[in-house]
Ligand binder design. Structure first.
Ligand code: ZN
Ligand code: ZN
Ligand code: ZN
Length: 251
């Protein structure tokens, strides 16, 4: 308890910047990959130098709260949820995306209407009126496509699971708890401060039952019991969804 006052005053999010910028070059080098994955107890070895990358990794690689399933063309017939893990979308054919920007990229690459015939120079024998009509048709088609992309961003989004609404801090001496819809984000922010202060943070340990309970729930299914019944493993293998190719913080 003696250290509590010290810790509390040092855990304000605003200390994040100064805490790191005040470090010497050597200390900064040591600070590289300060953040270890929340699911390292289930086998994820990823570590990160920055808080943002760390949070992003956990959200996109493990929680996957939202994902986008392409309903266009032949994609509509692909990727039914696997019967063995109905809550985890599978991606045998690349029609499920963990990021909206990747989904939009896919739409543009794979499903954009072919405007080329309309935009080709019209035969000179045709009247100027005909050329103007085809040009207008191309413009209308392009505008309709842009509108459709905007609609699909919303309608193709699926929610895989809900975030926890009650969490505790995993650090043994810390009694901090987090409630409500922001519980997950608040805890991540808080735990990051412990890590910046080089305090030992053990995820998934005896002090972290709120994480284990939530992540192993049937409708969350981020982790599952290891084959021998001891410990935990990740439920979703890497590459479950069409990917986050921007994992600079990995390994
Ligand atoms: Zn991880
Ligand atoms: Zn598609
Ligand atoms: Zn804490």
């Amino acid at each position: 308890m003696a250290g509590k006052g010290y810790r509390a005053s040092n855990l304000a999010p605003s200390t994040t910047g100064p805490a790191l910028t005040n470090l010497t070059v050597e200390q900064q080098a040591g600070a590289i990959r300060l953040f270890h994955c929340v699911f390292n107890f289930a086998g994820c070895q990823s570590t990160f130098a920055g808080k943002r990358e760390w949070k992003r990794h956990v959200s996109i690689k493990h929680i996957l709260q939202n994902y986008w399933r392409c309903p266009e063309g032949s994609c509509a017939n692909l990727s039914p949820p696997s019967p063995s893990s109905p809550h985890i979308p599978t991606d045998p054919n690349g029609s499920i995306f963990n990021r909206k920007d990747l989904f939009i990229q896919h739409l543009k690459r794979m499903h954009a209407p072919n405007l080329e015939p309309l935009l080709l120079p019209q035969p000179t024998t045709g009247s100027g009126k005909k050329a103007a009509t085809t040009k207008r048709a191309a413009a209308q088609k392009a505008a309709a496509w842009t509108a459709k992309i905007l609609t699909l961003q919303e309608t193709a989004m699926h929610t895989r699971c809900d975030l926890p609404v009650f969490m505790k801090c995993p650090v043994p001496q810390c009694t901090e708890v987090f409630c409500g819809v922001k519980a997950w984000d608040l805890r991540m922010e808080h735990v990051a401060c412990h890590m910046i202060l080089r305090e030992t943070v053990v995820f998934g340990g005896i002090k972290d039952e709120t994480l284990v309970e939530w992540a192993s729930k049937e409708d969350v299914a981020i982790i599952k019991r290891a084959g021998d019944g001891q410990g935990w493993v990740l439920n979703a293998p890497d590459g479950m969804v069409h990917g986050d190719g921007d994992e600079k913080g990995e390994d």
